[in-house]
Design a binder for this molecule. Structure first.
Ligand SMILES: [Zn+2]
Length: 437
């Protein structure tokens, strides 16, 4: 996926220099000569949100050739050959991006309910969840931890056009210490179960990072602290050492992959940031020192806050083991306070949900929580568009309605800057120039 994306980067380098409001001139500038002409589509809408500056463009037209945007603004002429999609008084936005999903997981299959599920079955559950996620307006996701390589298989099937789904960056198994949050901690010792991403010590983590990339991961996920939905570990305790994380980061970066670190406790957050990870996932106990470090190191924070509401409400229904529910009741409400403080201190935020812990397709419920903890609606929307695209390293491909990017767009009825929950009611979705719903 990343290889394919980067080859586009060269072709569209010039086109990317243009921003919203370009004229039809651009069409001929990037016309694809010598190839079968691709279909032209013109999407019209009463309003279009420019996520770069937070302004609306009225009577907007987006011209698409094949899978890419070739012109956008209110002065675009529609060529006679273009098919017109008129969205009436709707508001257009770029497709949303979720930086923390588990597409092959479902809440009802968490804990011991997951034991009887084979990896092939999980992958097919992922196919259903990929469709739900795309229909909800999330045209890109970063999937951070799946059993075996079910997420890598899912990503490849979506890219091949076999099934509908968002474009995916996939991590494969998460890396962690023996007995840590990324390891299997549900079974008695005689089962001798260890998760596929478990590795301890510098030599082992070097080998494991290379192995996970060998089998197709496009990002490395690590567990820097304990977690909520695992037995016998403490979310506040750090897990990997600084030395181990530095090794993973340098291997991954050398091989062109970013590193996402699951981290709740303050110590683990600081160590992971010092090791050079690209994002901190959850960040539940982030303190002021951690916030300062993250700003200095330009490390993204990916908060996942709505999940606490859903999990505590539905714990019985999904048969959440009592020990895990007790942890959730402590950690998840605390997370809001600490993440709110980090937001007020200016830590860069990219949108995440942990969907899989709660049902896929409800991802947009996270926006309202971001606004409750002090972000403006445009900041919340940026976290799921332009900011997320930067964390992926795909900012020249997705994240805004700009010339040269994939035609990934959504439409809503009302004004999402007045009511961010409009994003929970997405009415129209396009991915790569194809209308999804
Ligand atoms: Zn997660």
């Amino acid at each position: 996926m990343s290889v394919r994306l980067s080859s586009f980067a060269v072709v569209f380098h010039v086109a990317q220099q243009f921003i919203l409001g370009v004229s039809l001139m651009t069409v001929s500038a990037i016309g694809i000569s010598g190839e079968t002409p691709q279909p032209l589509i013109a999407v019209k809408a009463a309003h279009m949100l420019n996520v770069n500056d937070g302004t609306f463009i009225d009577q907007a037209i987006v011209l698409i050739r094949g899978d890419k945007i070739i012109a956008a603004g209110n002065k675009v002429q529609i060529p006679e050959t273009a098919q017109i999609i008129d969205l009436g008084d709707k508001t257009l936005l770029p497709g949303l991006i979720d930086m923390h999903t588990h597409l092959t997981a479902d809440p009802e299959n968490s804990g011991y309910s997951s034991i009887a599920l084979s990896v092939p079955r999980q992958t097919l559950i992922g196919a259903r969840n990929a469709r739900l996620t795309l229909n909800a307006g999330f045209t890109t996701v970063r999937d951070v931890y799946a059993e075996a390589y079910s997420d890598v298989g899912l990503r490849d099937a979506i890219n091949a056009g076999d099934i509908p789904g968002p474009r995916m960056m996939a991590s494969g198994p998460g890396m962690g210490i023996t007995g840590g949050h990324c390891d299997d901690t549900m079974h008695a010792p005689e089962y001798r179960l260890t998760s596929g991403g478990t590795a301890d010590g510098v030599a082992a983590v070097t080998q494991k990072t290379r192995e996970i990339i060998k089998y197709g991961a496009s990002v490395i996920k690590i567990c820097a602290t304990g977690g909520v939905l695992s037995f016998g570990d403490d979310p506040k305790a750090s897990q990997y050492t600084l030395e181990e994380m530095k090794t993973i980061v340098s291997e991954a970066h050398r091989l062109g992959k970013k590193v996402a670190a699951h981290a709740h406790g303050g110590d683990g957050i600081r160590l992971a940031v010092l090791a050079g990870v690209d994002s901190i996932e959850h960040g539940s106990y982030i303190d002021d020192e951690g916030s300062k470090l993250m700003k200095e190191h330009k490390t993204w924070l990916v908060p996942t806050l709505y999940l606490g509401d859903w999990l505590i409400q539905h714990a019985e229904e999904i048969k959440l083991p009592k020990a895990l529910l007790e942890k959730a009741k402590i950690v998840l409400p605390d997370a809001r306070k600490h993440v709110a403080r980090a937001v007020s201190l200016g830590v860069p935020i990219a949108f995440g949900t942990d969907a899989g812990v709660y049902p896929h397709g409800l991802n947009a419920r996270e926006f309202a929580v971001y606004v409750q903890i002090g972000m403006t609606p445009i900041q919340a929307i940026r976290s799921a568009t332009i900011n997320a695209s930067k964390l992926l390293g795909w900012e020249d491909q997705v994240g805004s309605i700009d010339v040269g990017k994939f035609a990934d767009m959504i439409a809503v009825d009302g004004n999402p800057l007045k009511d961010v929950t409009e994003l929970e009611r997405v009415k129209w979705v396009m991915k790569a120039g194809a209308v999804i719903r």
